[in-house]
Design a binder for this molecule. Structure first.
Ligand code: HQG
Length: 184
């Protein structure tokens, strides 16, 4: 990704996940923004070609353009409440959550909470979890017994880009062991 696409991607994530009102636009209940309006209101240089290029090249497949080409939404990561229409899905046996060591005590006490987002984010790969954790500090990977939780009635969802989502993970469901470090 070029510097310019990366700053457009950050801008789109900020507007489409968190603060559409910061440029005076609204998302519909399913999280879609009108592309014309988004471009008109953008406070960075942006046109349709630039926007479409970022959608097509986003390393994490972060955005979807509607079938009619008129609207765009983020695939996951929202703090604003939107209905992505995700259906509960059976997860694999284990999923991973990457976090920073400084959050561990609090996570042990309270479990994993969505914090500012709509869901707790989980991945099926430990390596992805390590990169996610690194964004916050010294990475730690927690193993989540997703299938066993699902069998107890806890719901899991998978966003269009493969990220797994759930409402929370209670402390008793967290598997904490000496292997939960990211040194491998
Ligand atoms: C932590 C990126 C203390 C949680 C990634 C995390 C991801 C607690 C932080 C997506 C806690 C929230 C999401 C508790 C949770 N006490 N800390 N009880 N419960 N936490 O950024 O999962 O590049 O909101 O462990 O790839 O890091 O943006 O969530 O460290 O999929 O597309 O609170 O963002 O995608 O941080 O990342 P975040 P996340 P993008």
């Amino acid at each position: 990704m070029t510097d310019s696409s990366s700053s457009i991607s950050k801008f789109l994530s900020f507007i489409l996940r968190h603060k559409p009102d910061s440029i005076g636009i609204e998302l519909d209940p399913e999280g879609w923004a009108n592309i014309e309006e988004l471009i008109e209101n953008a406070n960075i240089p942006l046109n349709r070609a630039m926007l479409f290029e970022v959608v097509a090249t986003s390393d994490k497949n972060r955005f979807t353009v509607s079938a009619d080409g008129q609207s765009i939404r983020a695939n996951q990561g929202h703090s604003v409440v939107v209905n992505l229409g995700l259906q509960p899905k059976q997860p694999p046996e284990s999923l991973y959550h990457g976090t920073a060591s400084r959050f561990l005590e609090s996570i042990k006490q309270q479990g994993l909470k969505p914090q500012n987002r709509q869901y707790v984010h989980l991945s099926h790969s430990r390596n992805t979890a390590i990169s996610v954790g690194q964004r916050h500090g010294k990475p730690i990977v927690l193993t989540i017994p997703a299938l066993a939780m699902n069998q107890k009635g806890h719901l899991f969802f998978q966003a269009k880009n493969g990220v797994w989502l759930t409402n929370e993970v209670k402390p008793e469901d967290l598997q904490l062991s000496s292997e939960d470090s990211a040194t491998t």
